[in-house]
Ligand binder design. Sequence first.
Ligand code: SF4
Ligand code: SF4
Length: 214
Amino acid sequence: MIISQQKNREELLLNLEGKKRLFLIGCGACATACKSGGEEEVFQLQEWLVSIEREVTGSVVIDEACHIMRAARDLRHHRDAVAEADALVVLACGAGVQSISSNTDKRVIAGLDSLFLGNIRRLGQYEEKCSLCGECILNETAGICPVTTCAKGLLNGPCGGMEEGRCEADREVDCAWHSIYERLKKQGRQGVFARPVPPKNWGKLRKPGRLKLG
Ligand code: SF4
Ligand code: SF4
């Protein structure tokens, strides 16, 4: 899930300069789960906008704002309210915002900061475990990603700063490479330690990413 949080109101206010009428858009997927852009947050945003003398022409929470065709459909359903607006304020991740901006020539204002691809520990507690590097080595690292969870992103760890299994960047946190070693030992295999690991091919992390099935 994409972890996001709301921009502070001061930053949002700067972007709202000269925009009187606004159409609000939330996302029913990740941003709802993060409590940054679901129905409740869209409603709170609306209340705040009204309190600073803006007019809200309408709002919608799109099932998945990053779905370009679905966003197009929902904007069509709200055609009049969108047309009346000076700008669209979007409470969705960066992909969601661009999904909207690809469907309108109106000014689109991003209301959230997108932080990372996150695992959910429990509601409201998220952890980054994968950086989408394009060349996954989890099969050799006992399912622990050093690219993301080692503070230095090392492919050959642990570094000299590891102490009693803890990371030198934060002694409260387990060293990823120590954890990899311990888990591989429990599994009775050498995994990544069986071979020299060449430098990572960052070319696999192509931007912009594209995948077309079939
Ligand atoms: S190696 Fe790590 S960052 Fe790369 S795809 Fe696998 S889990 Fe994600
Ligand atoms: S102590 Fe471990 S997790 Fe921390 S930077 Fe060094 S190898 Fe990476």
